[in-house]
Design a protein around this ligand. Structure first.
Ligand code: GDG
Length: 469
């Protein structure tokens, strides 16, 4: 590496659908939480949608700054919001990549709207790029963003990270535009996935559908381009969560909950209200637990926090209704005048309050039907106390299950199996709980969000160093 290269001042440019500014950042949503944690430390530029929808002139990005971190935010028009965000991103790609072909809705107008927004974002970001910037693009909303930058003649090294699963070729090929989409990914230099199985699905697609091949050094070649693809499991800011768990807000919430529990054991679930999270199955498993192990009646309490998201997408209204029905019938059936078995809350809490609630819960119940990683599983682990830790009951279909030796791994479709795992956790001796938790904690603390960022950026820098200038 030349001296000039070694001393150049690099800036990280992150591009994602939503930009989470300061205070509003920490509402439900794994990507925004993780990126804010990353950027708070490294500084740089964060570009993306402001969250506003308006039909005036859309124009240039709005620039602002907080310390070392600058923001470039763009509004969406009403049509873009419908086609790009509610449409192709959240009614096509999201369900499809989570293996829900039954909920996947393909509309060519939505797809065109998606491409237009990707192009508009690329045209807004390109003039902001400095020579030494490292560009890191995030998630399924912006698959076509890199290709547009290339069309504009941008030669920067471009990284892309997919936060959600990459589906098997049999699934993704049901999408009429699958080829254009995967081809667009080849505009990036480095593509990151959450798990080995996502990378395998992608490699399978490249070799079986795209006529591509795996080169000797592991890079993938297709469509006349060569990319590096790798596995970079995302983590949480574990240190920070441990601090949150000891904060005043955490104590207040933990103590309030303990008063209500009056010696009962708590089970906690925290999820964006999304059909991928397996909530109806989870509620049914709780119902099965009370039926199969009646000794738990009056002695446990399940708190499910599920702040609504994507409320303009019809499938999200349906799941909300289904859960209201289920929680009503479970409580109707099992409640006593002095005991409510299930508390289902559809509003958000502060991260500190969540940490306090995680800490007092005997079980962290994380049972998605499909999930890229699932940060809640890791947050639950980070928030536990070493003296009396709870047990993580985790779906095998969450990316987090790939490195979670201490968890009780379940199949979320197996309602009785999940009930049995909960029972096992409820009666688990303290020594075993401690042993399992230590294994999980080591993983969560070591492979935290900073390790994730460093691992991805180290490879991106390596690619960048080889770029002809
Ligand atoms: C996507 C992928 C991947 C939830 N309720 C509240 C709240 N949350 C926070 C949690 C957690 C985040 O939202 C949710 O993250 P997840 O990872 O569980 O899920 P997605 O939102 O679907 O995230 C996922 C992730 O991206 C990162 O790559 O792991 O697989 O689907 O941090 O704590 N936060 C606050 N109040 C709440 O009520 N403050």
């Amino acid at each position: 590496m030349s001296r000039a290269r070694a001393t150049r001042r690099e800036r990280l440019v992150v591009v994602s659908n939503r930009v989470a500014r300061g205070g509003n950042a920490a509402r439900a949503g794994g990507l925004a939480v993780a990126l804010l944690d990353v950027l708070k430390r490294s500084g740089g530029l964060w570009a993306g949608w402001s969250g506003n929808v308006q039909d005036g002139a859309l124009g240039k990005p709005r620039m602002s700054a907080q310390g070392d971190l600058s923001f470039a935010t763009l509004d969406l028009s009403q049509a873009e919001y419908e086609e790009y965000y509610n449409g192709f991103a959240n009614r096509t790609l999201w369900p499809l990549f989570h293996y829900r072909i039954d909920l996947t809705n393909f509309d060519r107008d939505h797809y065109q709207g998606y491409l237009r927004v990707n192009q508009r974002f690329a045209h807004a970001v390109a003039p902001l790029l400095g020579d030494d910037d490292l560009v890191w693009v995030h998630d399924y909303h912006l698959i076509a963003f890199g290709e547009e930058l290339r069309r504009m003649g941008v030669h920067h090294t471009l990284g892309f990270f997919l936060h959600i699963p990459f589906p098997a070729p049999e699934v993704i090929t049901t999408l009429p535009v699958h080829e254009v989409l995967v081809r667009a990914l080849f505009a990036y230099d480095l593509i990151g996935f959450q798990t080995e199985s996502d990378l395998r699905s992608f490699t399978d697609y490249v070799t079986s559908e795209a006529g591509g091949r795996v080169l000797e050094d592991g890079r993938l070649e297709a469509y006349g381009r060569v990319v590096r693809a790798g596995v970079y499991p995302i983590g949480v800011d574990a240190e920070n969560i441990r601090r949150f768990a000891r904060s005043r807000d955490a104590h207040t919430h933990g103590a309030r909950m303990e008063r209500v529990l009056a010696g009962r054991l708590a089970i906690i679930g925290v999820d964006r209200l999304d059909y991928s999270k397996g909530l109806p199955e989870r509620f049914r498993a709780f119902d099965a637990l009370l039926r199969r192990y009646p000794e738990n009646r009056g002695r446990i309490s399940f708190l499910q926090i599920a702040p609504p998201s994507r409320t303009d997408v019809p499938e999200y209204k349906d799941i909300r209704q289904e859960l209201e029905g289920l929680s009503g019938s479970i409580n109707g059936e099992h409640s006593e005048f002095d005991w409510t078995p299930l508390r289902y809350i559809t509003r958000g809490f502060s991260r500190q309050a969540l940490a306090g609630l995680y800490r007092i819960a005997r079980i962290g119940l994380v049972t998605p039907l499909r999930d890229g990683m699932n940060l809640v599983a890791k947050e639950y682990v980070a928030a536990q106390s070493g003296h009396n830790p709870g047990v993580l009951v985790l779906s095998r279909f969450a990316g987090a299950a790939h490195r979670a030796d201490g968890a009780l791994i379940v199949n979320p479709y197996d309602i009785q199996g999940v009930a049995d795992a909960m029972q096992k956790a409820l009666v688990m001796p303290l020594d075993e709980r401690r042993e399992r938790w230590r294994a999980l904690r080591d993983e969560v603390m070591t492979n935290d969000v900073n390790a994730w960022r460093d691992a991805f950026l180290a490879v991106l820098r390596e690619v960048d160093a080889r770029r002809p200038r």
